[in-house]
Design a protein around this ligand. Sequence first.
Ligand SMILES: Cc1ncc(COP(=O)(O)O)c(C=O)c1O
Length: 394
Amino acid sequence: MPVLSPRIRHIVTGDDDGWGVQMRAQDMARQGREIILLTMGDHDFPTMKGIREACGAALKTGRTGYGSIQGIVPLRRNIAKRGAAVHGFEVDQDLVVVSMGGQAALFAAAFAALDPGDEAIVIEPYYATYEQTIRAAGGVPVTVKTSTDRRFQPDVETMRAAITPRTRMILCNSPNNPSGVVYTRETLEGIAALCIEHDLWLISDEVYHSQVHDGVHLSPASLPGMRERTFIVDSMSKSHAMTGWRSGWLICPDAQAAACVMDLFLTSAYGVAPFIQLAMRAALAGGKGPEHEIAERYKYRRDRAVEALAASARLKVLPPEAAMYILIDLRHVAQDAERFAYALLDETGVAVMPGDSFGASTAGHIRISLTAPEEKLIEACTLIAGFADNWSET
Ligand SMILES: Cc1ncc(COP(=O)(O)O)c(C=O)c1O
């Protein structure tokens, strides 16, 4: 029998699949149990009607052939226009490559930056696919810890200590999932200095830039010397409630990188469907209204959820500055956050992510997604607070 390549067999290693609680929750829901699912970052409301209608109109007029691999010009023009305001520099539409979600953009950037065996620095806590994406691209993820005491701001000296002659890139995610922390200018300048000093690529995942509730978003690509070494990952999944559309893009550092990323997409997805691209274009042509509306909704939910969780005498909540999640520190309550999460699910029907899914820095934490209607979310937070106050490990 032929054997599968280790390249594909080793993308997901045995210990890094954090979706067990969600899978059990979905099983329980299928058996008729009422579940409040706060595991995934998937909205509980649909994409705006105008965007859905733009897709419908494109389908009605027969836009069903192959799409442009790089992305249709009017869409890339809108992305570049929006990008100038978001990232703080003039974005060249020719350096934009439209992708199947931010995930495909992350994969393409990692593939572009890494040779087999190259190391990539990943800052904890991190989005759950980062390590796997680096492995899929042939690289070796090297994680760098942060801590609750530093509010999960990375320490540049710790990052420096993780750099070896094999290091080729740093993967940075601000605003951050799962912590909701926005990296300070000082942090980002420190990361930029490391990239320049050691001649590294930076992948800057900015998919939550539209959901900064307190403070401002700063793109590290706008710092001196960084544009030519930064791949920016962006997506409409979170900003426009378009998770299922697979609508994202990569802003490449130069024309050669953009051409190589297109070659990769030529041999994989072969571009995003034209009716999706037309819907994306329509969504961006509508200005910032839709994304502001969504950001405001999450800000409101954040405030109400933090209030409800404060009813617990034992939980420590890190109020997020951004995004659509809350990280809860359980370390005074439970040794094992995963065990706590399974017990919480069984007893209350509330499903949350154990913090270990995002790296060792968030062991002893759980993450909740603010992706349930307000009254359900508050009910879930009240249940979590009550459960934590009564939890005993014995
Ligand atoms: C930090 C981060 N980056 C990238 C993604 C991928 O988003 P998508 O592929 O849906 O655009 C996510 C999704 O949750 C995320 O949290």
